[in-house]
Design a protein around this ligand. Sequence first.
Ligand code: C2E
Ligand code: CA
Ligand code: CA
Ligand code: CA
Length: 277
Amino acid sequence: AKDAGRNTYQFYNDTFYEKVRRRVALEQELRGAVERGEFHLVFQPTLRLADGRVGVIEALMRWRTASGELRNPAEFIPIAEESGEILAMGRWALEQACRQARRWHEQGLAFERIAVNVSALQLRDPEFATQVVATCQRTGWATDRLQLEITESSLMADSETLRRSFELFRRHGIGLAIDDFGTGFSNLGYLHRFPVRHLKIDRSFVSQMGEQANMLELTHAVVSLGHALGLSVVAEGVETEAQQALLKAQGCDEAQGYLYTRPLAGPELADWLRSRR
Ligand code: C2E
Ligand code: CA
Ligand code: CA
Ligand code: CA
């Protein structure tokens, strides 16, 4: 028993050590990755459940490291947020997304908006909002066709910076969506204080809809709440026809997920849009 205890202890230490080592390594690899051109964007559309038309197209970041490994955002975004590298990455992503949207627009492809994910650290930067507007101007993308996806926790600060940024977004018609809705804080008071337009129901709820009755009630509650506040509700991670049918019956407005397409590189998404005409 003593030996087993010691082994467990040893195992815990190795795991912990391994985690720290990996984090430090990733943090170092991330430094300067924007300048080295190691990131690219993939894009995933949202469909309106009523008529199947394409609504928002979301840009998602991908990282191919110098050694050729493709890394997942779940792995590198939290580290980039901690090191502050996310600021440079976020600026890069916004610029690329606007340029891509502009190109699709010039190719005559129909969609409503381009969406970019924004981390809490970016929102806390007093320069962020003016940078967003400037990026739209520089890339020739209309501000009212841009959407920023933020998480509930970003809004908890309720600072002067946030208030000013949101006023600028409102003035320029920049849309805000609450990402992963339902997984964060449950203080809903912020919803009507900010110019939020969309709620995105977290994938973890959608994936369990068919199996758990209380999940079905949960998504229904989010749809009702969103509608009561005049917001459009989007379900993420829709993978099956059954989930789509349930969400549609609940009055959910839009859906996104592998049922329609996985995130695609720019040219592939253009083909996907063309094939739907
Ligand atoms: P998110 O914003 O909630 O994005 C949705 C995630 O779900 C994406 O993962 C997408 O590929 C995945 N997904 C979409 N449909 C399905 C489906 O039907 N089934 C399954 N299993 N997954 C689906 P991804 O691309 O790995 O991104 C993960 C998270 O990383 C994003 O979650 C977002 O929070 C963050 N992220 C990605 N790009 C950026 C970025 O440019 N900036 C910031 N700040 N965060 C980003
Ligand atoms: Ca998102
Ligand atoms: Ca999400
Ligand atoms: Ca998510």
